[in-house]
Design a protein around this ligand. Sequence first.
Ligand code: FES
Length: 202
Amino acid sequence: MAIAMPPPPTQSAPGTLLQGKYVHPWRSPKGKLKGLVLQTPQGTVVVKLPKYLRPMLVRELMPETWWQVWAQPEDDHWEAVNLLPLAAAAIPDLAAALAAAPSPAANGGMGTEAAVRPAAPPTLRLQICQKGKCCKQGSRDLTRWLQAEVAHNPAFRHVVVEPTGCLKACKHGPNVCVKPGSRMVHHADRAAIQALLTQSQP
Ligand code: FES
């Protein structure tokens, strides 16, 4: 029986985008299938899939295939929101990034299980007001643009975009609150956000 693919992610798909090579399934201590292990340029990560995606794991995920996962970080794994095959055009660049990344053996000699830890959690959260004056001054367009930038640029994996309510600085919109730290960017535009992204790159 064919397995239905999940709906394609929208610009507002929540979570951090992880891209990498499927390594093997991830099982609970009782042996139940829970998710997958993905090799990414940032390290090898455990991704827990929602139940409706697990049949896909059983029947369609083949070792050495390439995937993109939208996920939220938990203590010792990632919780997937959506999972899709990686576009063929993106595979060569990602394969090159993986080849250039330090191997687990070179990374303190950790074996596979020890290396299976969440990738670095998002380090930059950008909360963009979607209300009142900010909306009238283009905050929703700014949000869509930023979500697309983050989704398509692997250098911005550490960035999370959070559409939010009024930030209480309505006269100075569009407003963006930068976390951690809660620094406010008033009159935000693409150039200001691009500068923030560039400064924040690890
Ligand atoms: S409407 Fe955006 S800060 Fe109030």
